[in-house]
Design a protein around this ligand. Sequence first.
Ligand SMILES: Cc1ncc(COP(=O)(O)O)c(C=O)c1O
Length: 344
Amino acid sequence: MKKLDLRSDTVTLPTEEMYEAIRTANLGDDVYREDPTVIELQEKAAKILGKEAALFVSSGTMGNICGVVGQTKRGDEIILEQNSHIFQFEQGSSAVIGGVHTKTVPGKEGYLITPEMLEEAIRSPDSHHPISSLVSLENTHNLAGGKIWTIQQTQDLIKTAKKHHLKVHIDGARIFNAAVGLGVPAHELVKGADSVMFCLSKGLACPIGSIVAGSQDFIDQAFRVRKLVGGGMRQVGIIAAPGIVALDTMIDRLADDHANSKTLAKGLSAIEGITTRETQTNLLFIDISGLGITGQQFKKDLAKKGIIVSSRWDSVFRFVTHYGIEKEDVEFIIETIANLYSKK
Ligand SMILES: Cc1ncc(COP(=O)(O)O)c(C=O)c1O
């Protein structure tokens, strides 16, 4: 029985080409900035994002820490969407590591910070307040179900942020899903942002790693922050090598994941008792409360068929399509769930 793990795109395994790249990588000491493979990956990533420089980090969380701590001072404030990954799932790292206060806004449609919301959230220059110095947007937005920020929406936010002298960080863990979803190059989606993070270890199928990019000055700061949090490593080319393969070969195929997610949404929504939310990329949220079973039961029933899923709230599940989940697998998943729960 093939195991179909839909919990996350982080479960993806490397391609054969990636294993070969690992085996043959040229190595050096990356704390001395002398690992040729890391340098190649960083230059390639910076070019794809239209930024001056980039830095390889061990995780998306570390990349976000570099973005926040590398661009703020203690006592500053960062403005975030209330369900953003940085606010919800990174242990309050902005405060813990950077001494940075967070202010959240409830995004329009669960993801979007409009220019009006930003202006409302920015503090007035009063000695009682922290100083608003950074805003972060998440593209695609994870908890909103992989929702995409368009170029226009991003530019509108950046323009307003600049007007008020705020820096802009993009948590682009899945920025290539956004780019492929819109059919635009990734650099168009991050133009004008001071820093951007993306993950190699999610839909791009690398075993480890993320990138932060921005100006050379920012990357010099990020290099210090990475060291502060213990992310200065040595022969890093071993784990950076698959990233080069990913940027060359794994971006365009994200369209397959998006198509599979749409097929899944259509198939599952036809089952009485299941409602699906809109899917724009590779994340699909479904609500099974109409099936009259608990989330635990649903999880167990599916696990017996080799389908691994996880719930956000008891009856709401996130199904993630990714490299390794084929079109036939999606058909099998729909058929299996329909057979288990369709009212006879
Ligand atoms: C939007 C977003 N940002 C950041 C991260 C953090 O990435 P990592 O798990 O590599 O720390 C994730 C991980 O799921 C994410 O979805």
